[in-house]
Write a protein that binds this ligand. Structure first.
Ligand code: IDP
Ligand code: MG
Length: 153
């Protein structure tokens, strides 16, 4: 049975961009064999960051999270591939960089919970909402690598 192709949203948080990790993170996604369907360097203001993280409103870490994500550029991308949502979540590792396993992005590069290098969608529903937060439909490319037949996994 072939795995279902999904799209997910990942962004490199300002701490990751400031520390020069954009290339490293894009590289890990490419080397995993996932496909990047859209990419954008962006900067959220506080109101936009609050709207993006609306589900966390009222939680004790909300203010610090919004403050951080709005503090500088972020690199947002749409990633496509078989079971991309859970595969990318495993690539980034646990929320707390202290607990994330070495080998995962947060495990290798993070030493904070708020500044944990990357964000990635956690469900199909959130992926859809988060992708449309950053990208218009026409900005998301449909393409295949000539070396790989999609859906042949
Ligand atoms: P996730 O990014 O792994 O999906 P969420 O629970 O959705 O984790 O939380 C969103 C973000 O809020 C986290 O990436 C992290 O930056 C921050 N955060 C979550 N829990 C805590 C906490 O207990 N302390 C400080 N920051 C937190
Ligand atoms: Mg989350």
């Amino acid at each position: 049975m072939s795995a279902q192709s999904e799209r997910t949203l990942l962004f490199v948080k300002p701490d990751g961009v400031m520390r020069g990790l954009m290339g490293e993170i894009v590289s890990r996604i490419e080397r995993k064999g996932l496909l990047i369907a859209a990419v954008k360097l962006s900067k959220l203001n506080k109101a936009q960051a609050e709207r993006f993280y609306d589900v966390h409103r009222g939680k004790p870490f909300f203010e610090a999270l919004v403050e951080h994500v709005a503090s500088g550029p972020i690199l947002a991308m749409v990633i496509e591939g078989p079971e991309a949502i859970s595969v990318v979540r495993r690539l980034i590792g646990e929320t707390s960089s202290f607990k994330a396993e070495p080998g995962a992005i947060r495990g290798d590069f993070g030493i904070s919970v708020t500044k944990n290098v990357v964000h990635a969608s956690d469900s199909m529903e959130n992926a859809e909402r988060e992708i449309s937060f950053f990208f218009k439909k026409r900005e998301i490319l449909r393409w295949e690598k000539p070396t790989e037949k999609k859906f042949a996994f």
